[in-house]
Design a protein around this ligand. Structure first.
Ligand SMILES: [Zn+2]
Length: 256
């Protein structure tokens, strides 16, 4: 199995790796798939889109990576369509090595957005006892769905200021990996639907905004909430009597 660095170090943006396998495009209009022995690319999941970036060799060839995707335990890089991929078994230039680079500006904005959504989730649970049921994001903006009967347009301002207050408290964000039984004993994790994780998963990765929110999560986040800046709640929609959707976006400029 390859070394999937994105789950351990969200700030790793480039890595040198060897080619393990190449698969031809699955269909017309699709790109070839490349597997490296290690990667910094996040394959998408939990509402966070897959990374983009480039793959290059030391002899000057390069490919755009338009997405990454997980198959079993492995993360494959999808190259742009219509371009010849590296040959299977290729050494990757004189140094025998490929360099995989993330589109870091986009990824870092996703990390800030993802962390902001966790802060939103934590605040809505703490102040209103509403459970999150799902979420989605793009760089700089996202939405979360809640079982939140009392949600109304009048609460938008209060939620927005409470989230910004928490972000500005400069809370650390920690990644942990726990044995399944230990994770299932934590009430905060139970409420975020950890139950839905497949039986086979023996270790649970958690993201904790210290003092605010704890979730089972596979995505990438910033290390401290101050790096998010502040957010604006851009809207809310009623998806039924109970289910409400809250939309938000990042306000502060990128802090790369
Ligand atoms: Zn998350």
């Amino acid at each position: 199995m390859s070394d999937n660095v994105c789950y351990v170090d969200a700030y790793a943006r480039t890595i040198e790796a060897r080619l393990r396998a190449v698969e031809p495009p699955a269909a017309a209009g699709k790109g070839a798939l490349v597997l490296l022995d290690r990667t910094v690319f996040y394959p998408g999941g939990g509402g966070q889109p897959a990374d983009r970036g480039t793959l290059r060799t030391s002899d000057g060839r390069s490919w755009q990576v338009v997405a990454a995707r997980r198959q079993g335990d492995e993360i494959w890089h999808e190259l742009e369509a219509g371009i010849d991929p590296p040959a299977p078994g290729e050494a990757g230039g004189p140094a025998g090595v490929f360099t995989a680079d993330l589109d870091w500006e986009r990824r870092h904005r996703l990390m800030r957005t993802h962390t902001a959504l966790h802060a939103l989730c934590g605040v809505v649970w703490r102040d209103y006892g509403a459970l999150v049921t799902g979420g989605n994001m793009e760089p700089g903006a996202g939405r979360m769905d809640f079982e939140f009967e009392r949600m109304s347009g009048e609460l938008v301002g209060a939620i927005e200021s409470a989230v910004n207050e928490e972000l500005l408290r400069a809370r650390d964000v920690r990644v942990n990996v726990l044995p399944r039984e230990e994770a299932f004993a934590i009430p905060d994790l139970i409420r975020t639907k950890i139950k839905l994780l497949p039986e086979g998963i023996q270790e649970i990765r958690t993201i904790e905004i210290v003092g605010l929110d704890l979730q089972a999560d596979g995505g990438t986040h910033v290390a401290n909430t101050r790096e998010v800046g502040t957010i604006r709640v851009t809207g809310y929609e009623s998806k039924g009597r109970i289910n409400k959707r809250i939309r938000m976006e990042l306000v502060a400029p990128d802090s790369l």
